[in-house]
Design a protein around this ligand. Structure first.
Ligand code: BG6
Ligand code: MG
Length: 214
């Protein structure tokens, strides 16, 4: 059976990857190196500090913890400035319609995101009221692929892991779902998300009936 759906936020419900990218690129620029869109792919689903480590590795820069914390804060301040202007037009195609269809069928909906900025994004896009539970980076201690974020979501909904489906655009997120004992739908390309039970380009292609067949 299927009683609950757990959604990643960035890249599944909203296209925030571009704002993360602009902010990281700006930081790289200040540090004196290029950061390409291809480099940025490696940051998807990865926590803020782990993202910074990858960026510094790309630039061949090594810094102590204090300097790294200061840079992460700087990047986040820019990122928050960019996402402050988001509105419902930045919800990805099909996402809202799909969540509404789930709720009409009595299926519970939770957020499972690594972001500490999730509430700001949900509020700006008007998505907050649709969630029965919200687990974000302020509530977790382990980053994906650790299953913590999805286990907490299922617990808050009172759902068993094998009655849950996770929606993810990151490989680490699909891995987290598998470790949690949940089914998963990958949003993106089969090349990176091949371990999901189903991979689709966007939520526009999915109906609740098709999901129930998983
Ligand atoms: C994930 C994004 O959802 O959240 C990552 O895919 C991001 O790119 C991570 O680094 C942490 O987000 P934040 O908003 O707490 O810096
Ligand atoms: Mg994501």
């Amino acid at each position: 059976t299927l009683t609950a759906c757990l959604f990643d936020l960035d890249g599944v419900l909203v296209d925030t990857a571009k704002y993360h990218y602009i902010a990281w690129k700006r930081l790289a620029g200040e540090l004196g190196f290029e950061f390409t869109e291809q480099d940025n792919e490696r940051l998807k689903g990865v926590s803020r500090m782990a993202s910074l480590d990858i960026l510094l590795e790309v630039g061949g820069v090594s810094l102590d913890e204090d300097a790294k914390l200061a840079l992460a804060e700087k990047k986040n301040a820019w990122y928050v400035e960019y996402i402050s202007n988001m509105d419902e037009s930045e919800i990805l195609p099909g996402a809202l319609e799909f969540i509404q269809a789930l709720k009409e069928r009595g299926i519970k909906v939770a957020l499972g995101s690594a972001s500490k900025n999730a509430m700001l994004i949900l509020n700006n896009t008007g998505l907050t009221p649709y969630f029965d539970a919200i687990i974000d980076g302020t509530k977790t201690s382990q980053a994906k692929p650790d299953p913590e974020v999805f286990m907490l979501g299922a617990r808050e909904l009172g759902a068993r892991p094998d009655d849950c489906v996770v929606f993810e655009d990151a490989e680490a997120g699909i891995e987290a779902a598998i470790r949690a004992g949940m089914r998963s739908v990958g949003i993106g390309s089969p090349e990176t998300l091949g371990r999901a039970n189903l991979v689709l380009p966007s939520l526009e292609e999915l109906t609740v009936d098709r999901l129930l067949e998983l």
